[in-house]
Design a protein around this ligand. Structure first.
Ligand code: ATP
Ligand code: MG
Length: 281
């Protein structure tokens, strides 16, 4: 069987997290150096290390089987692409921003103005859908300086924390798209990726869960079970001290703080939280 070919960003915001995902799935990609194509050390896979903008085309043309890239880049490419999995890293949004002191307050106010962006097709599409006409200036980097250079009244750019906007004296007006890294393939083709997805899913599931254990008065167990929508039902073990038990279970990362406080209020003590490496449902 020929190795699966996967395109990854060579250098940039998704590069490290993409390799980490593969590594946690037991797939080791050695340092690429100058190479474009790097075989995995322990899995039938070949990584193609590319500029992220090129990844959708490589996938759409069938040069590679899979790719990991920002959803924003997929949409900007306008290629026929299927999103196989959302990967939970590289989260950001595509937003319209203007100088802090600009009179522009809403999307409508940008009508007839100039907008600089590295995402001309997405920008074009969003403004067209909103029924607003703007003049789009395509830039290939440092979009945020365009307003201060007098090149545009606004920018449409990727924002993660908003600190870059703040640094350049810009303010967000509205958001067009939420994005994260995605695993992509060409639509309507059968790829032999069952084993690969089994591994990826185990890593993604584990990232969303925490393993917790705590001590509890035995009488509080029914209340604890109601609070804990674990995998099946919690593991309960007796403590050496009579009337006390140790409860082990898995909790969704997003609910952890809420659950921990509720557990404490019903008498839980010594709540330990642990990282889960893999989770196979
Ligand atoms: P390349 O050299 O591969 O073309 P790039 O400069 O176009 O890289 P990066 O800045 O590395 O791209 O960003 C890659 C992707 O990371 C973006 O397309 C976006 O999906 C995501 N991302 C997450 N947070 C941010 C952020 N704060 N700024 C820009 N992109 C971000
Ligand atoms: Mg790029």
């Amino acid at each position: 069987m020929r190795p699966l070919r996967i395109a990854l960003q060579r250098k940039g915001r998704l590069a490290e997290d993409s390799l980490r995902l593969l590594s946690e799935a037991g797939i080791a990609i050695p340092a690429a150096g100058e190479r474009l194509r790097v075989p995995a050390l322990n899995y039938p896979m070949e990584a193609y290390l590319l500029r992220d903008d090129d990844i959708p085309a490589y996938v759409a043309d069938g040069v590679v089987d899979l790719g990991i890239v920002g959803e924003n880049v997929v949409h900007e490419s306008e290629k026929d692409i299927q999103i196989v999995r959302r990967l939970g890293f590289g989260r950001c949004r595509l937003a319209l921003a203007v100088p802090r002191e600009s009179p522009i307050q809403t999307l409508d106010d940008i009508q007839g103005k100039r907008v600089a962006t590295g995402y001309p097709r997405l920008t074009q599409r969003y403004f067209a859908e909103a029924g607003i006409s703007v003049k789009i200036h395509t830039l290939h980097g440092s979009t945020e300086i365009a307003p201060s250079l007098g090149l545009a009244e606004g920018i449409v750019d990727i924002v993660a924390t908003g600190s870059t906007l703040l640094l350049h004296g810009l303010r967000e007006v509205c958001t067009f798209l939420h994005s994260e890294a995605v695993l992509i393939q060409r639509p309507h083709i059968e790829l032999p990726i069952e084993d690969f997805l089994f591994r990826i899913d185990a890593v993604l599931a584990a990232r969303q869960q925490k393993y917790i254990l705590f001590n509890l008065p035995e009488s509080a167990l029914p209340a604890a079970v109601r609070l804990l929508p674990g995998l099946k039902s919690p593991t309960v073990m007796p403590l050496a001290e009579k009337g006390w038990i140790s409860v082990h279970t898995v909790v969704e990362e997003g609910r952890f703080w809420e659950v921990a406080q509720q557990l404490q209020s019903i008498g839980a003590q010594g709540i330990l939280v642990m990282h889960i490496e893999k989770l196979i449902r």
